[in-house]
Write a protein that binds this ligand. Structure first.
Ligand code: GLN
Length: 236
């Protein structure tokens, strides 16, 4: 956490542009799971007209339609705050459009490559088909998260460069390319999973908390774990 405070600062980037499919739930679950461990939190909502603070602990970006996604990428690149925060070691959790635009390049609605924020070594283009539906994937065992479940709806396809690693192996659905889903590099993580992802996958929320806080006590299984298991049983 930041040197000057024991409060975990959760920064929600551009709720006005990037927040499809209930991605706000990621903010709520992260905050709740921190507070259940006695960790005080502060949530900072950063609209696209505002500067991005550099001193946050965990930055969240959601999904978006093609045009708002382009605007979000332009503003984040011009602002520079998210990049500086990632360079300071902040954790970043980015979903779908958010995932694409934190990469090196992404495709606009006519498949032209546009520059991303450049904090994750991935490149996204446009697929021939839209990837829509439930998605299940097995996370890199090094991260200790296990199997994740979500909902995807995107035209983009993503390739993972040598500085990043695929987040997971796709079991059901498309993700990056039908074989892998998402990517991570240090404490920057991108995924195609909506649902929202963190309410459906409490272990993923706890990974982000561990990255910033260190060891955290386990919590007894609750609604999140039940939702996770119910979704897996429904689709596999
Ligand atoms: N516009 C992007 C795509 O279609 C991202 C969509 C999303 O965030 N759901 O690939």
């Amino acid at each position: 956490m930041s040197d000057t405070s024991s409060t975990l600062r959760i920064v929600w980037i551009y709720p006005d542009l990037l927040s499809t499919y209930g991605d706000q739930g990621n903010v709520l679950v992260l905050r709740r799971r921190a507070e259940l461990r006695g960790i005080p939190t502060e949530v900072v909502r950063v609209h696209s007209s505002d500067p991005v603070p550099v001193e946050g602990d965990i930055y969240l970006l959601g999904g978006g339609e093609d045009r708002p996604q382009i605007l979000a990428a332009q503003r984040l690149r011009a602002d520079g705050g998210l990049k500086r925060a990632a360079e300071r070691g902040a954790a970043v959790f980015a979903v779908c459009a958010g995932y694409q635009i934190i990469g090196e390049t992404y495709g606009d609605d006519a498949a032209n490559p546009l520059p991303g924020v450049g904090i994750l070594d991935v490149r996204s283009g446009r697929g021939d088909t839209r990837a829509v539906g439930e998605i299940v994937a097995d996370v890199d065992p090094a991260l200790g998260v296990g199997r994740i479940t979500g909902f995807e709806n995107h035209q983009g396809r993503t390739s993972v460069g040598p500085s990043a690693k695929p987040l997971s192996t796709t079991v059901l659905g498309i993700g990056n390319d039908g074989a892998t889903e998402g990517a991570y590099q240090g404490q920057v993580l991108g995924t195609y999973l909506h649902g929202p992802a963190l309410p459906r996958n409490p272990a993923l929320a706890d990974l982000l908390l561990r990255w910033r806080v260190g060891d955290i006590q386990p919590l007894p299984p609750s609604w999140g774990e039940r939702l996770h298991d119910e979704r897996l049983a429904a689709v596999l």
